[in-house]
Design a protein around this ligand. Structure first.
Ligand code: AMP
Length: 426
C-alpha cells in the first residue's frame, strides 16, 4: 500500500469546512482592508530564495526542496526550489510586473496569497513538510508605522471573527541592517565565552548568523540566551522612534501586545518591526500562529528598486487547529445536505430525479441514493447523510404534487408542494 510522504497529509472532507471557514474569514478581512489576491508559482529559481530569504537561514541552509530541472538543448538544467515561503515570490512579482510604476506618492500595493509551502523540517504535530500559508504584503515607498498597526488591527478582527481569543501579540524591533551589524558583533562577543554550553546547531548559528541563537528551542541553550544582550539596547534612533510610533498606533486602536526583545524571527530580510501571534490552547510546542515583519530592502536584494515592505503569514494548518471544539463542531454540522430524497418504487424514483433537479436549480443542497429500498433502510440512509430534512416521494406524492417533508432532528412531518419547500429552505 502506497501512503503519503512523511510530513505530508491528506486534508479530509470532514475537516474541509474548518479550512473553508478560515479562508473565508481571511478573504473577508482582506476585502475590508483593501488587499487583492496574487497567485505565484509553486516553484521558482533557487536563487530567489537563496538571496531573498538568506543563505544563513535554517530554511535555505537545510530545509528547501531543491532539484535540478532537465537540461535543455545547449544549456544545463537550472536549479529550482519548491517555495518555502511566499514573500520573496510576491516581491519578485511586484518587481517583474513593475507594480511600482505609475504610483502616486504614498500609494501602497496591498496583496494577499493562499497556498502550500514546502520545508524539509522534522515533522511533528502542527509542523508539516507541505503546509499552507495565508499571508499579505504591503509594498510602496512609505514605511509609516500606521501601516503595521492597520495590519495588526486586521489580524485582530480576523481572530475575533474566528472566536480564537486566547492569543498574545509579541512585538519587537530588529533595527536597520547597519545597527544590526554592530549589535551582531556585541552578541558574538557575549556568546563566545559560553560556546561550550551551546548545541551543535547554535555553533553553526554563531558562525553564520548569531541572531538565530534566539530561535533555539534547546533548554540548555535557552539558559545562555536569557543572559545575552538584546537588540533593543543597540537600536538605531530611527528604528527606536519607528517602534515607539508603532506602539502608539496599537494603543490608539486598543490592541494589546507584549514587547519581547528576544523575538527575532527566522528570516534574514526583516528590518525594524517583527511580530508573532502565539496561541495557547491545544497547539503544543508549535504555537506560533502568525509571523511577520517589515522588510525594507528585500526588493533591492533581489534586483528591484528601493521599496518598503511589511507583511505576515499564518499557518492555515495551525489556525484550523486553534479553532475551538464548539466552533469546529458547528462548522462540521453545517456541512450537510438540506434535503435527502427518499423514494418508494420505480415511478417515484423517476419522479425524484425531476424533483432533485428542480430543488438544485433553486439552490438547495440535495442528496439522494439511487437504490430502491424499503422505507426503513431509506430513512436510515437519510439520517446517515446528516441532512436536515427527508423528502418522501411515493406514488401518492407523484399524483398529488405534495411531498412529505420530515424534519430529521424533530421527527415532525408536513405535506408541502415543491414551491412551499423551496420557500421554506431559502
Ligand atoms: P514563517 O514563514 O516561518 O514566518 O512562518 C509563519 C507561520 O507559518 C508560522 O507561524 C506557522 O503558523 C506557519 N508555519 C511555518 N512553518 C510551518 C510548518 N512546517 N508546518 C505548519 N505550519 C508552519
Amino acid at each position: 500500500m502506497i501512503q503519503t510522504v512523511r510530513g505530508t497529509r491528506d486534508i479530509l472532507p470532514s475537516d474541509m469546512p474548518l479550512w473553508h471557514r478560515v479562508e473565508a474569514v481571511a478573504r473577508e478581512a482582506f476585502r475590508r482592508y483593501g488587499f487583492r489576491e496574487i497567485r505565484t508559482p509553486i516553484f521558482e529559481k533557487t536563487e530567489l530564495f537563496a538571496r531573498g530569504v538568506g543563505e544563513a537561514t535554517d530554511i535555505v541552509h537545510k530545509e528547501m526542496y531543491t532539484f535540478t530541472d532537465r537540461a535543455r538543448q545547449g544549456s544545463e538544467g537550472e536549479s529550482l526550489t519548491l517555495r518555502p515561503e511566499n514573500t520573496a515570490s510576491v516581491v519578485r512579482a511586484y518587481i517583474q510586473h513593475k507594480m511600482f510604476a505609475d504610483k502616486s506618492p504614498g500609494e501602497l500595493t496591498k496583496l494577499y496569497y493562499i497556498g502550500p509551502m514546502f520545508r524539509r523540517e522534522r515533522p511533528q504535530a502542527g509542523r508539516y513538510r507541505q503546509f499552507y500559508q495565508i499571508g499579505v504584503e504591503v509594498m510602496g515607498s512609505s514605511d509609516d508605522a500606521a501601516i503595521e498597526a492597520e495590519v495588526m488591527e486586521m489580524l485582530d478582527w480576523f481572530l475575533k471573527e474566528l472566536k480564537i481569543t486566547n492569543t498574545t501579540l509579541l512585538i519587537n524591533s530588529v533595527g536597520e541592517p547597519a545597527s544590526r551589524a554592530v549589535y551582531l558583533e556585541t552578541l558574538r562577543e557575549a556568546i563566545r565565552p559560553n560556546l561550550d554550553k551551546l548545541c551543535g546547531d547554535c555553533h553553526h548559528r554563531f558562525e553564520t548568523n548569531a541572531l538565530r541563537v534566539f530561535d533555539c528551542k534547546v533548554e540548555s541553550c535557552q539558559t545562555v540566551v536569557a543572559t545575552l544582550p538584546t537588540i533593543t539596547d543597540s537600536l538605531d534612533e530611527a528604528s527606536r522612534q519607528h517602534f515607539e510610533q508603532f506602539k502608539a498606533h496599537l494603543d490608539a486602536r486598543g490592541i494589546a501586545y507584549t514587547v519581547n526583545p528576544r523575538m527575532v524571527r527566522g528570516l534574514d530580510y526583516y528590518t525594524r518591526t517583527a511580530f508573532e501571534i502565539v496561541g495557547h490552547d491545544g497547539l503544543g510546542a508549535q504555537n506560533t500562529l502568525v509571523g511577520g515583519g517589515r522588510y525594507d530592502g528585500l526588493s533591492e536584494t533581489i534586483g528591484g528598486p528601493p521599496t518598503k515592505g511589511f507583511g505576515f503569514a499564518f499557518g492555515l494548518d495551525r489556525m484550523v487547529m486553534a479553532l475551538s471544539e464548539a466552533e469546529a463542531e458547528s462548522l462540521r454540522a453545517a456541512d450537510a445536505p438540506s434535503i435527502f430524497i427518499v423514494f418508494l418504487g420505480e415511478a417515484a424514483r423517476a419522479h425524484s430525479f425531476v424533483v432533485a433537479q428542480q430543488l438544485r436549480a433553486a439552490g438547495v443542497a440535495v442528496a439522494m441514493e439511487f437504490e430502491d429500498r424499503k422505507m426503513k433502510k431509506a430513512m436510515a440512509a437519510a439520517d446517515k447523510s446528516r441532512a436536515t430534512y427527508a423528502l418522501i416521494v411515493g406514488d401518492n406524492e407523484v399524483a398529488t404534487g405534495k411531498y412529505g417533508l420530515k424534519n430529521l432532528k424533530t421527527g415532525e412531518q408536513e405535506s408541502l408542494t415543491l414551491d412551499e419547500i423551496i420557500l421554506r429552505l431559502n
